[in-house]
Design a protein around this ligand. Structure first.
Ligand code: ZN
Ligand code: ZN
Length: 283
């Protein structure tokens, strides 16, 4: 059985109210011929927001899936897109902040789900409590204000921000002054909503390009898209003693549709591991 799935001349709706279409739509139109629109009445904030007024349900992928399913249920369209970001310490470089973006495609015609991802340390994600207007100014400059927006709260644990999407230097100073007079300090943080964060938009663009790669990565047996790595096996032999190490020996691609598997040996381009990584040679 062969599925050749095309998105050319199709229309998708993107579940966003934060102008993510600015970056997602041109890439998908250029690369796949897919036209992306935004629903006129879609409140994506009910699924959780970065400014924390509404708790985020479930994990990143589950949230994206819920948004895309809501679009398919509410709108007369067969293809839905959703994008989710999360911010925090980098998984392998925990001293660096990182932005993990995911762009999710749900195609009701074929019951197909595809996920593009990007992880980047290029983010301005930061918070700071300030007790002086100059400190606020320094923080603002460091995080790329006013091109990047700010959120201002009385206290970090306070979920209701007093101001968000602040991009006007005078408003920033007024807000900070108000809080300093009231309580002696103010909590500033970067506004991570896409339209207030051009750096984040760029990472969403990279995740969109990864989605395009997933569309093109098709199963050699049945042409189903999203033919992707599902498992990596350790056991790369040590260069000196030949004993297996924790280095990746092979990775396994699997088709979501027909379960066809392809094993790729030495995916990192080397057939032995450095003896410094060997528990016999370097215990
Ligand atoms: Zn060894
Ligand atoms: Zn297949």
């Amino acid at each position: 059985m062969s599925h050749f799935i095309s998105f050319n001349q199709q229309v998708a709706l993107l579940a966003t109210m934060h102008q993510k279409e600015q970056v997602i739509a041109p890439i998908l139109h250029r690369e796949l011929g897919l036209t992306v629109h935004v629903p006129t009445q879609f409140n994506s904030d009910r699924f959780g927001t970065f400014t924390r007024e509404i708790p985020r349900p479930g994990q990143q992928l589950e949230t994206a899936r819920l948004k895309a399913q809501a679009v398919l249920a509410e709108e007369d369209v067969m293809i839905a897109l959703a994008s989710e970001g999360s911010f925090g310490p980098h998984p392998s470089l925990p001293w660096l902040a990182c932005d993990r973006e995911l762009v999710f495609l749900l195609d009701h015609r074929h019951q197909l789900e595809l996920v593009g991802q990007a992880i980047s340390t290029d983010t301005n994600y930061a918070q700071q409590r300030v007790t002086h207007p100059d400190e606020a100014q320094t923080f603002a400059e460091k995080v790329g204000f006013p091109e990047h927006g700010l959120v201002i709260r009385p206290a970090p644990e306070q979920n209701d921000p007093l101001w968000k999407g602040v991009t006007d230097p005078d408003q920033l100073q007024d807000c900070v002054q108000t809080l300093l007079q009231q309580q002696g300090s103010a909590c500033l943080e970067t506004d991570m909503r896409a339209m207030y964060n051009p750096t984040r938009l760029q990472v969403i663009g990279k995740a969109t390009e990864d989605l395009v790669r997933k569309v093109r990565q098709t199963c050699p047996n049945c042409n189903w898209p999203g033919f992707d790595v599902v498992r990596r096996n350790a056991g790369l032999p040590c260069e000196w003693c030949g004993q297996p190490t924790l280095g990746v020996l092979q990775q396994i691609y699997r088709c979501q549709s027909c379960s066809h598997e392809v094993i790729e040996k030495y995916p990192e381009g080397r057939e032995t591991n450095d003896p410094s990584q060997c528990s016999y040679c370097n215990p």
